[in-house]
Design a protein around this ligand. Structure first.
Ligand code: CLF
Ligand code: SF4
Length: 485
């Protein structure tokens, strides 16, 4: 069996599997483990990389771009590109027919044992293209019965499709809700197309917001898990998002994902062309911290594209374009089943290690919090070289626990075996505010350059579980090294 994404062999060969007693796991948003949540809900999220932060270390999603049309206009969207309610603007997906989508899903499932979820997230709106969306899911269900289905929508057409969504066992729906106040909504949505007419201004926003809320209530009444995405737009809805958080929580949303507006004149969007800026990472984190205690937050979103394939931190979509697909593929379920069995065993091991680490940081009396960036290619381990990393996962460590708070994207420093000095400056800038970087290997040159910028980088904890490594660093720094003796 060969894995295209995370090598199962390399995960199994990883050294240093910490073991320990079982303290109570802290529940942290979507990283909650079975002890913290109802078994029926865990069954739905345990293999879903977006609905469970813990699962995102192990499982992959793929999107098929079968939904080109849209029934509304968002000021952060240019129709040339993918739906930016779920994707980075400025990237274009290869549009597929349902037949082409089926061929692609079968090919990916045969090559990527980590695959667990098929999502339809554009490039327009999944429900504005319901015929294609439904035909795709029906065909895939026959070919790969155990794959989970997921859709992302602006919500306008949602109340009309909830019964079919439930009948088709689509257990996960994302609705983008940027406002609950039509006056604010009118600054984000210039028009909608509803009931055979184009509507504008507060009237359009009123209809859209009412249908989003109704759709949310209808889904949760059917026990379908709903994630709400909100695009954070400084000066327009940033102060309003706590109210959105309260409103969606009251209606049973499972997760709330605050996505930073990505705005660039080159994308040709209204906001890009009028100079509307996106939030800084610090502004995003401040808002997320403010929302803690409300609807559970998703903090590991990667704003992936409408044809993304792989673990959330990577995108192998370009390896599976139509021209690269074989004409016929024989799908063998055995590799995916074997991978799930491996993850089940690995999870128990990691859970114990995580409890040890949480006990260790919790033993530090002072409320010292530090941000630690981790280079990882999956499996919840420190297992990526500094020079190969295209993103770092960022964890906040302190007596309250070890919590994933985001990620920082970078260009890989090492190209063809040599360090690329031109990328080092931007990488250091991207790591602003980080105390320590953990990776599987790092050279002297980047190590010294980061140290000059006040950032420690170490490969001393290579292949440890992430929480184990962070716990050791934290305890050593703040006087509790004996916790790991
Ligand atoms: Fe895709 Fe979205 Fe389903 Fe995930 S993505 S349709 S819920 S399977 Fe995930 Fe990507 Fe973020 Fe979306 S990381 S943009 S939240
Ligand atoms: Fe664009 Fe998505 Fe908004 Fe439609 S819903 S206008 S595709 S961002």
């Amino acid at each position: 069996m060969s894995s295209q994404i995370v090598s199962l062999d390399s995960l199994m060969a990883s050294p240093s599997r910490a073991r320990g007693g079982c303290a109570s796991s802290t529940s942290c948003g979507s990283s909650a483990l079975p002890a913290d949540i109802e078994p029926a809900v865990w069954e739905k999220i345990k293999d879903h990389p977006c609905y469970s932060e813990e699962a995102h270390h192990y499982f992959a999603r793929m999107h098929v771009a079968v939904a080109p049309a849209c029934n509304i206009q968002c000021n952060y969207c240019n129709r040339k590109y993918d739906c930016s309610n779920e994707s980075r603007p400025g990237v274009v997906s290869e549009r597929l027919t349902p037949d082409e989508a089926l061929r692609k899903v079968v090919a990916v499932a045969a090559a990527v044992p980590e695959l667990s979820v098929l999502g339809i997230a554009g490039p327009g709106d999944a429900l504005a293209n319901w015929k294609n969306t439904r035909a795709t899911f029906e065909a895939v269900r026959k070919a790969i019965p155990d794959i989970k289905f997921c859709i992302s929508t602006n919500g306008l057409a949602l109340p009309d499709h909830v019964d079919e969504i439930a009948d088709m066992a689509i257990d996960h729906v994302t609705i983008t809700i940027n406002a609950v106040d039509p006056e604010i909504g009118a600054k984000i949505y210039p028009w909608i197309f509803f009931d055979h007419k184009r509507r504008t201004g507060p009237e359009a926003a009123t209809i859209l917001l009412e249908r989003q809320m109704r759709g949310l209530e209808m889904l949760t009444a059917r026990s379908i898990l709903v994630k709400v995405n909100s695009v954070m737009i400084p000066g327009i809805n940033d102060d309003h998002l706590p109210e959105v958080n309260r409103a969606v929580r009251a209606r049973g949303a499972f997760l709330h994902n605050i996505m930073p507006l990505i705005s660039d004149p080159a994308h040709g969007t209204h906001f890009g062309l009028t100079g509307q800026r996106g939030p800084t990472p610090a502004e995003l984190k401040t808002l997320q911290d403010r929302l803690d205690g409300g609807a559970k937050l998703m903090r590991h979103c990667r704003q992936c594209r409408a044809d993304a394939i792989g673990l959330l931190g990577e995108d192998r979509g370009q390896d599976f374009t139509l021209e690269k697909l074989p004409e016929t593929v024989a799908y063998d379920p055995a590799p995916r089943q074997a991978y799930r069995a491996f993850v089940a065993a690995e999870r128990g091991d990691r859970d114990a290690a995580r409890d040890d680490a949480l006990r260790s940081v919790g033993a530090v009396a002072d409320d010292v919090r530090v941000l630690v960036a981790v280079a990882t290619k999956g499996g919840a381990r420190v297992n990526e070289h500094f020079g190969h990393a295209r993103e770092f996962q960022v964890f906040e460590a302190g007596p309250q626990g070890i919590v994933l708070v985001g990620h920082r994207k970078v260009d890989a420093y090492c190209m063809g075996g040599f360090g690329e000095d031109a990328t080092l400056g931007p990488t250091i800038a991207a790591l602003t505010g980080i105390d320590t970087v953990l990776c599987a290997k790092v050279g002297d040159c980047p190590r010294e350059a980061l140290l000059d910028a006040g950032i420690t980088v170490t490969d001393a904890h290579a292949y440890d579980y992430i929480e184990t490594a962070i716990g050791k660093v934290y305890a050593e720094r703040f006087g509790r090294a004996s916790a790991y003796a």
